[in-house]
Design a protein around this ligand. Sequence first.
Ligand code: C2E
Ligand code: MG
Ligand code: MG
Ligand code: MG
Length: 286
Amino acid sequence: KAKQAGRNQFAVFTREMFDQAQHRLTLSRDIRQALDAGQFHLVYQPIVELESMKLVGLEALLRWKHESGYMVPPQEFIRVAEETGMIGRLGEFAMRQALSDLGRWKALTGRPPWLAVNISGAQIRESDFAERLSVMLHEARIEPSLLHLEITEEVLIENLMRNRRTLQKLDGIGMRIVVDDFGVGYSSLAYLKNFPISVVKIDRGFVQDLANDPEDQAITRTICSLTRDLGMATVAEGIEHPEQLALLRSFQCIHGQGYLFSRPVEAPRIEAMLMESVDWTHLMDS
Ligand code: C2E
Ligand code: MG
Ligand code: MG
Ligand code: MG
């Protein structure tokens, strides 16, 4: 009887695995077709300087509107793109689109915000990543310091030595390296010293319950002062409530990002914000 149950379990397991593989195969084929069909686009989320409450940066975030009308969550298609080798093409698409939008905003305003683009591990591992990016920047006539590369802590430490060389090249060209989702990986703090990091993004998980959780307050306050002492900037992610903002301002956190300021929006909305020199000073003494 036990044997039978065991066998059934095994059968269920393989069936699930099969479904998953099938699902991935479908998604990866869909990603290729969707790229050709123009179903991917970028949205942008403002990053605010908390002292002045002005817009100083933008994060580019990929969106996939499937032909069925379904918005496929980025977490899902990014992972599949990584697993199926499609991330190279997808990442290149995002980078080109982002640089082209930034070029337009530069022409429009003279002094555009910086632009943060998320980079996956597979992209960083390409041996000519820095060189190719450098060419793209040159073609788009964008100064390298306007481009921030967001790399998760996990990916950064995955392949320490190799990543370090690439990061040093990118930093040497003048691009800014950002540690995304800081604080959730099992990392040592030493890499902050050994890698050329300009910005640290405090993971949304620490900001979420900030108003009610003294431990999250302690961690967040410490990250802010540590990065400040190391000469780096900090961005707090996922600010949704005025109480979170007030605390982060009291910790002298440099930058913030979250629905309280703006959700990720389409490029024309960003253009309007830039034209009217949007700010969030009305949230200042809340
Ligand atoms: P991430 O880089 O940490 O991006 C921040 C995510 O938090 C975004 O989710 C954003 O919409 C969301 N967010 C911002 N403010 C708030 C807030 O106040 N509350 C809440 N609940 N969420 C907020 P999104 O757009 O779904 O992207 C999820 C993840 O997918 C990103 O996390 C990033 O890891 C990945 N991703 C998105 N676009 C790209 C891309 O072009 N390339 C790569 N490699 N990864 C990307
Ligand atoms: Mg990011
Ligand atoms: Mg993040
Ligand atoms: Mg995140």
